[in-house]
Design a binder for this molecule. Structure first.
Ligand SMILES: O=C[C@H](O)[C@@H](O)CC(=O)C(=O)O
Ligand SMILES: [Zn+2]
Length: 274
């Protein structure tokens, strides 16, 4: 298992970054490595973001020096999303079968996690937690669907809220999936920020020869990251997080911070973007 620590970057510092520095701090280039668990420990709300690709054999996430606790989930909760084919995640309380796009919420203390499935690809999210909620599998049918945008503005999309107060309780993690409908390529425009919560994006189901231009930065200092399929982006509390693809795609968004209020966002007027 590898864990890379990323410091929380001050927006005044981020303004000075060139492309390589922006990518090194905010892009997770290869979360999915066959036969490995590969994580980033971010100091933005101490979110852990990464992947597990069991392929040949089981992979176990039991402990990490970075958390300073004997077990990885002793003081944390997690969300696991399968973006590959059917696989199994065994938690302390038992096995859970995850089909493509299912999410598993794992409550505080319910580790270790064992990942299996020859063609499964597990996206891993974790944040500190203050109490236990029962581990729960949330399928796309159980998620709350919100349709937003329109074809005329190239942002016709469905937002599926999986770990969200309307569906289930959690401590900090709020997570879901947004699918762009055919021909639509823009997510989260008009853009927003939410200083109360950090966010992470994983773009997937994007053709190999397509790219998403992920918009980030303070509204008055925007930057972009060119992102390919199955790459993740860390979005600081001070940053917009929006993207336009050269093709349609799906992404997983997840937040952690002071509240779990999905609607608590500060919208950015289009005229205020620079
Ligand atoms: O705070 C909310 C997150 O940025 C995403 O849920 C937004 C999103 O999926 C979209 O508008 O397409
Ligand atoms: Zn957001």
């Amino acid at each position: 298992m590898t864990i890379e620590t990323r410091q929380a970057i001050d927006p005044r510092h981020a303004r000075t970054f060139d492309t390589a520095q922006l990518r090194a701090e905010f892009l997770i280039e290869q979360p999915f490595v066959p036969g490995e668990i590969n994580l980033v420990y971010s100091h933005y709300d101490r979110m852990i973001v990464g992947g597990a690709v069991p392929s040949a054999g089981d992979l176990v996430l039991d402990s990490a020096r970075e958390t300073g606790t004997p077990g990885f989930l002793d003081r944390r909760e997690a969300v696991i999303v399968n973006i590959g084919e059917t696989g199994t995640v065994r938690t302390g309380s038992g096995p859970h079968e995850l089909n493509h796009r299912d999410m598993l919420y794992v409550g505080l203390g319910d580790g270790p996690l064992t990942f299996s499935g020859a063609a499964a690809r597990f996206y891993i999210l974790s944040a500190p937690a203050h109490r236990h909620f029962d581990t729960r599998l949330v399928t796309i049918d159980a998620a709350k669907r919100v349709d937003l945008g329109a074809a005329a503005t190239s942002n016709d999309r469905s937002i599926f809220q999986f770990v969200h107060p309307d569906v289930m309780e959690s401590c900090q993690l709020v997570a879901g999936m947004t699918t762009l409908h055919g021909g639509s390529v823009w997510n989260t425009m008009p853009a927003h920020v939410h200083d109360r919560r950090s966010e992470a994006y994983l773009y997937f189901d994007l053709p190999e020869d397509a790219r998403v231009f992920h918009m980030m930065g303070e509204p008055s200092e925007t930057r972009h990251l060119v992102v390919k399929n199955e790459q993740a982006v860390l979005s600081p509390p001070w940053s917009i997080h929006s993207g336009a693809g050269t093709a349609s795609y799906t992404f997983i968004w997840a937040m952690a911070g002071d509240n779990v209020d999905y609607k608590d966002v500060d919208m950015v007027e289009i005229g205020d973007l620079q």
